[in-house]
Write a protein that binds this ligand. Structure first.
Ligand code: HEC
Length: 209
């Protein structure tokens, strides 16, 4: 009988000591079961605290400014359409930077580096990666993509779409527009309607044997 009593007593003590303090809050530092030299806990490790000076750096600042030349992952929004491809609640159309030879050459170069592996040199969605099992890069020479607003293409480059990752962190905004402009060139190079040609161009084509 006495043994039973002690068993119940020990059991109760164990239950209370393990479960009894659940939910209790304390401002005291946590109990450390092991010496810090063996198990340094995150509470007590040496670290920089917010809004506190640091003795480690000569200028005393704990929060370090970014290293010179650091590339921001997200560029600050300058002008809504320029930065996002969106105007209000719809896609905008048009290239918001001057389109000249320089921009198109830049676009060609960036396209070759970043897009060609999947979409192919002419944009038929037949890049080298498709020979290694990648399925489904878009073919730019379909009506849906011919009619797609520039802003939506810009957005696809920035954020990606389906299997395609976004390239916003790799390509500055200006380069993304350069690629959009070059993508339009690719589309025109493969498909241009007769009535979009100037009379001189039509004449030239008719003269060709
Ligand atoms: C790793 C392969 C890969 C790379 C690199 C890549 N894409 Fe894509 N892209 C895809 C795939 C796959 C799709 C189809 C996504 C879907 O519809 O699910 C696609 C779709 C698209 C579309 C059509 C989106 C739509 O709304 O249907 C556009 C436009 C496009 N890519 C442009 C680009 C541009 C510009 C680049 C270079 C900056 C690029 N892609 C780089 C794989 C790639």
């Amino acid at each position: 009988m006495r043994r039973f009593f002690w068993l119940v007593f020990a059991g109760t003590l164990l239950a209370v000591s393990l479960l009894g303090w659940r939910g209790l809050k304390s401002r005291k530092p946590p109990v450390e079961l092991f010496p810090r030299s063996i198990f340094p806990g995150m509470e007590t490790q040496r670290k920089v605290k917010e809004q506190k000076p640091s003795a480690f750096f000569s200028d005393g600042r704990a929060a370090r400014p970014p290293v010179a030349g650091t590339v921001p992952v997200e560029e600050p929004v300058k002008e809504e359409y320029f930065s996002t491809g969106v105007i209000g609640d719809r896609w905008g159309d048009g290239i918001p930077v001057p389109v000249d030879r320089k921009l198109l050459e830049r676009g060609r170069e960036r396209y070759t580096i970043y897009c060609q592996v999947c979409h192919g040199a002419a944009g038929y969605g037949d890049g080298i990666a498709t020979q290694y099992g990648l399925v489904g890069p878009a073919n730019y020479h379909v009506d849906r993509l011919r009619q797609m607003p520039d802003g939506e293409i810009f957005h696809t480059i920035t954020k990606g779409r389906g299997l395609m990752l976004g390239y916003g962190a790799n390509l500055p905004i200006e380069d993304r527009w350069a690629i959009v402009a070059y993508l339009r060139v690719l589309q025109k190079s493969q498909f241009t309607r007769w009535d979009e040609l100037s009379p001189e161009e039509q004449k030239l084509l008719k003269e060709k044997p």
